[in-house]
Write a protein that binds this ligand. Structure first.
Ligand SMILES: C[S@@+](CC[C@H](N)C(=O)[O-])C[C@H]1O[C@@H](n2cnc3c(N)ncnc32)[C@H](O)[C@@H]1O
Length: 216
């Protein structure tokens, strides 16, 4: 388990505070998606619940993560939100359980293989209620070298070490992270089955933002 108490303590300093530009894209996109939306917002691989803590909304906010250390901080930061401890590589989401489902920082990349990522993404699509929305922040293989040469990566002491097909690894204060990034086309193909409106754009840093609206 990489996300121990010690690493969770470091996480905010390494990955939340320094990259204001990335987080600002998340917040402005969320502001639009949250506007006039009610019901349940489910944030998968929610970490410390930063996105909940930094958005105002009447939605019921529910976060899922497998790290007790991350969830303890999330609950402290968001006393009115509900958090569930679960390994999303093993348990899929229930059909039609949320009005908005999110996944930030390319966190889905922690899943074991392409099949697990696509299964999880498909279950997230089916978990969105009719007319609901989904926001996925993708980290693509082609952006990893840019990440490596960035000031941000240098400050975080993070380094992508190996890239092989869709698999890659990086190291930082937490140790070695085994990751997988299937291409954008996989996500677009699945999303187009479930949503009337599918939009994506690159933020000119490292992330691709996929926003799907109007679930059939
Ligand atoms: C890079 S952090 C991102 C946290 C948060 N989404 C954010 O943007 O700040 C990745 C998170 O994914 C969680 N995680 C990794 N594998 C997981 C799994 N199989 N099931 C649930 N959570 C997982 C980790 O515990 C960690 O909190």
């Amino acid at each position: 388990m990489l996300y121990t108490d010690h690493y969770a303590y470091c996480f905010e300093h390494l990955y939340t505070r320094p990259w204001a530009a990335k987080h600002q894209v998340n917040l402005s996109t969320l502001e639009r998606l949250l506007h006039c939306r009610s019901g349940v917002w489910l944030d998968t691989f929610c970490g410390q619940g930063w996105h909940f803590a930094n958005t105002g909304s009447h939605m019921q906010k529910v976060g899922i993560d497998r790290s007790s250390a991350q969830l303890a901080i999330a609950q402290k930061n968001n006393p009115n939100c509900f958090f569930i401890k679960a390994d999303l590589g093993k348990s899929l989401l229930k059909n039609s359980c949320a009005d908005l489902i999110t996944n930030f920082w390319g966190s889905y990349c922690y899943l074991a293989d392409v099949e697990s990522v696509i299964n999880f993404f498909s279950s997230a699509c089916t978990a969105v209620k009719s007319d609901g929305a989904l926001y996925w922040e993708l980290l693509q293989i082609e952006d990893l070298q840019t990440f490596n040469s960035s000031r941000f990566a240098e400050e975080a002491g993070a380094r992508v070490q190996e890239i092989s097909g869709f698999h890659w690894t990086y190291t930082d204060a937490g140790g070695r992270h085994e990751m997988i990034s299937p291409s954008l086309d996989f996500f677009l193909e699945v999303a187009s089955i479930y949503f009337a409106k599918v939009n994506h754009w690159h933020d000119q840093h490292f992330m691709t933002h996929l926003v799907c609206e109007h679930r059939y």
